[in-house]
Design a protein around this ligand. Structure first.
Ligand code: UGA
Length: 434
């Protein structure tokens, strides 16, 4: 199969490289000439474990290339994937579809022969209809099927998620379209990944419903964590106790500082807006959004409860990115947390293994340190915000020796209360005693 991938962001680049690795020929297209030049030199614009090697080996095998001009690749393609960004629109929380629609218009002009145009970007229900309308308007003779094929990969685990998905959703009622996408994903049938065919609008809604459900699960356990603290229960055991029930499932039940990232906050907001446009109120999802927003800043109060009045004190923050194994700072819980600490008069020193360059754009007024031990020097409290593997086995005696006050607030529950007490720390975590 020949594939054109429009957009070399997270989803586009990972999907393009993985499709090439399946044996297809893939051309990744992006308007950003600097990005394309860098990709041609083998430089990967995002931090994603394994992606540089995957790109390099497929470029070498001549199955993957990069260009700024979609004309040739689209004309040659059996399937054209639209994987451009759909950020939250300023002001109203709707998804901004400018990039999707301008890609559709450009694709329309370049189509030649039977082609399946597939939206992989997360788009509101009905966007496929508009993409099809735009293409037919611009190129009435085009032999085209427009399908939806949402992506469920996670940052930091993107390649594994792409190659071993729980399911693949293909949204089109058209048999020719289903056949082409069945062929594109055939290599995954070896991994027993179920391919689910649905109507286009259903596929579009599956993506939003999945993210909103996962965000709800996290928010639910975060509230149970708050209650656990008050009643003296252990939220990790509660999560395990409910998660072993197959109807609930154990994943996405880790209590923490609230969800962040480029997807859950944006997609839950967009889903609420989509529903409002159809006169439906998604009260549960609305509540999830509100609870999660409040939670991020509330984490600063958790620190002051543990360390006392923060005015003039120094707080060491370990981990800034919204999750480990990424340099992504979008909607990271660290941003409202650190802002809250600064508002309380604290001085903040921070360390992140990969995300400090990105973090400096969001949080310019704090001190950045090269490693955790330097970060905690003279600190009155240490806060673990992101569960990087580097923070899971710190030399606790060295940490304690470097701090002014041995207060640790572990927002990811990566240490045990009894161990920390044995090392002489005042230790607070989430939803557990201590
Ligand atoms: C999420 C979904 O998991 C993917 O399936 C989806 O494809 C992707 O969004 C997307 O729409 O593109 P991602 O945002 O990369 O992936 O990261 P997650 O691992 O889902 O984490 C999201 C946030 O939830 C993080 O802030 C994480 O710390 C938090 N989280 C996750 C918890 O607080 N507790 C958990 O148990 C799990």
């Amino acid at each position: 199969m020949r594939i054109a991938m429009i957009g070399t962001g997270y989803v586009g680049l990972v999907s393009g490289a993985c499709f090439a690795d399946f044996g297809h020929h893939v051309t990744c297209v992006d308007k950003d000439a600097g990005k394309i030049e860098a990709l041609r030199r083998g430089e990967i614009p995002i931090f994603e474990p394994g992606l540089d090697a995957l790109v390099a080996s497929n470029v070498k095998a001549r199955r993957l290339d990069f260009t700024t001009d979609l004309t040739g690749p689209v004309a040659d393609a059996d399937a054209v994937f639209i994987a451009v960004g759909t950020p939250s629109r300023r002001g109203d929380g709707h998804a901004d579809l400018t990039y999707v629609y301008s890609a559709a218009r450009e694709i329309a002009a370049a189509l030649s022969g039977f082609t399946v145009v597939v939206t992989k970007s997360t788009v509101p229900v009905g966007t496929g209809d508009e993409v099809e309308r735009l293409i037919r308007e611009a190129n009435p003779s085009a032999d085209v099927v427009v399908a939806s094929n949402p992506e469920f990969l996670r940052e930091g685990a993107a390649i594994r998620d792409f190659k071993f998905p729980d399911r693949i959703v293909v949204g089109t009622d058209d048999e020719r379209g289903r056949k082409v996408l069945g062929e594109v994903y055939r290599p995954l049938s070896l991994n027993q990944a179920p391919l689910m065919y649905t109507a286009r609008r259903t596929a579009e809604l599956i993506k939003y419903a999945a993210n909103a459900f996962l965000a709800t699960k996290i928010t639910f356990i975060n509230e149970i964590a708050d209650l656990s603290e008050k009643v003296g229960a252990d939220v990790q055991q509660v999560a395990r106790g409910i998660g072993l029930d197959n109807r609930i499932g154990s994943k996405f039940l880790h209590a923490g500082p609230g969800f962040g990232g480029s997807c859950f906050p944006k997609d839950t907001r967009a889903l609420v807006k989509i529903a409002q446009d159809h006169d439906v109120q998604l009260r549960i999802v609305e509540a999830v959004l509100g609870v999660n927003d409040n939670r991020k800043r509330a984490m600063a109060r958790k620190v002051s409860n543990a360390a006392g009045n923060l005015r003039g004190k120094t707080v060491a923050v370990l981990g800034l990115t919204f999750k480990p194994d990424t340099d992504d700072m979008r909607e990271a819980p660290s941003i409202p947390l650190v802002t809250g600490l600064l508002d309380m008069g604290a001085k903040v020193r921070a360390h992140d293994p990969v995300g400090m360059e990105q973090a400096k754009k969001e949080l310019p007024d704090i001190e950045y340190c090269d490693d955790p031990y330097e970060c905690v020097k003279g600190a009155d409290a240490m806060v673990i915000v992101t569960e990087w593997v580097q923070f899971r086995a710190l030399d606790l005696d060295r940490i304690k020796g470097a701090m002014a006050q041995p207060v640790v607030v572990d927002l990811r529950n990566i240490y045990r209360a009894d161990d920390m007490a044995a090392h002489g720390f005042i230790y607070e975590s989430v939803g557990r005693r201590g």
